[in-house]
Design a protein around this ligand. Sequence first.
Ligand code: DX5
Ligand code: ZN
Length: 223
Amino acid sequence: MSERGSHIGPSILSADFLRLGEQVAEAEAAGADFIHIDVMDGRFVPNISIGLPVVEAVRRITRLPLDVHLMIIEPERYAERFVAAGADRVTVHVEACIHLHRTLHAVAEAGAEAGVTLNPATPLSAIEEAIPLVRQVLVMSVDPGFGGQTFIPSALDKIRRLRGILDMRNPTCLLEVDGGIKASNIARVAAAGADTFVVGSALYAPGQPVAEAMAELRRAVAG
Ligand code: DX5
Ligand code: ZN
């Protein structure tokens, strides 16, 4: 395990929406550290997922931190409403947000932790000025929009370089990784410097209990 510890949270995008409450409870019982909620608008990403009512509903059934990943254009229009709906952390895409500084401040003012994220082809330099302002930087290891995609290997080097920058400029900042994380690669992602892992399809896998999948991930990251 990395010396920073490892936080693992399910992406409910891969959950069975007909049994969402149960699936969140299963993840919580299995020791999830947070719940990751993917909000997609069909504009910033080519998919539409869920929004404010689902955040409110999940807020009512868990005490785990809600980590809301906004894959929407102009996230400043909605960020505070997601905080009001119960988000503990709101992460916005640098590519989608012209006034990033203002938006991150608005999230913090509204009472949540602010995070920034970047697509696989976006250089780290795009978020450099925002690093002192955030609780979390999320490195996308797939092109956002869908669960179940394959981890992009070049993310490892990006994570390594980001770790170096965070150690200098914001050492308590979480380094989260999202996309294609599974038991077979989580240790490498941790070794590169990540401490917070979003896991969708590998945690809500058909035919495998969530607790078993979580235990396998914990073993892998510790090993
Ligand atoms: C992708 C989402 C991810 C996704 C992760 O756009 O941001 O959170 O659901 O799912 P897996 O782990 O299946 O890649
Ligand atoms: Zn996500």
